[in-house]
Design a protein around this ligand. Structure first.
Ligand code: HEM
Length: 127
């Protein structure tokens, strides 16, 4: 598709580099992290079977057995949500609390964050 677009002049060679870089980044960022998290989830679920049973019961109660879960169901599945958070805590695929540097002065929920401050994101369920 990109070669067709390049031939038609719809993309510049710079666009081509950006598209390839973006696709590569998504692939690299998404594969090992997802695979590791799914494996840790399975490892957790085969250990104490009552935890898996509780999660399964919640899914059946909320989603039923005739369709797959959707993102909209997520807030109605607190037990499963907490299992997923525990997966990230137990064996994180990558360090989760990555520090960031504020590139400008900012205000967040009434807190003044001066330019140059280090902030660390909270990954839990903050209301
Ligand atoms: C369980 C799976 C995953 C975990 C644990 C994970 C973890 C992380 C973490 C900790 C960061 C750094 C966030 C920060 O700057 O504070 C990050 C960034 C990023 N992740 Fe993931 N990730 C996962 C899945 C994915 C998937 C599936 C994709 C793409 C399809 C993806 C794409 C990215 C990208 C592009 C960034 C950089 C975002 C930016 O520009 O700041 N990740 N991820």
């Amino acid at each position: 598709m990109m070669q067709d677009c390049l031939k038609k002049g719809a993309l510049t060679s710079e666009d081509e580099i950006v598209i390839k870089g973006t696709a590569g980044t998504l692939y690299a960022a998404g594969t090992d992290t997802t695979l590791t998290s799914i494996m840790v989830f399975i490892l957790a679920m085969v250990q104490p079977p009552d935890i898996f049973q509780k999660a399964q019961e919640e899914v059946i109660q909320v989603v039923g057995e005739t369709r797959l879960p959707e993102f909209n169901d997520r807030t109605s599945l607190p037990y499963l949500e907490n299992i997923i958070t525990e997966v990230y805590r137990w064996y994180p695929a990558v360090p989760i609390g990555v520090p960031h540097l504020a590139s400008d002065d900012d205000v967040y929920r009434g807190y003044y964050i001066p330019k140059g401050s280090m902030t660390i994101q909270h990954m839990g369920n903050v209301p």
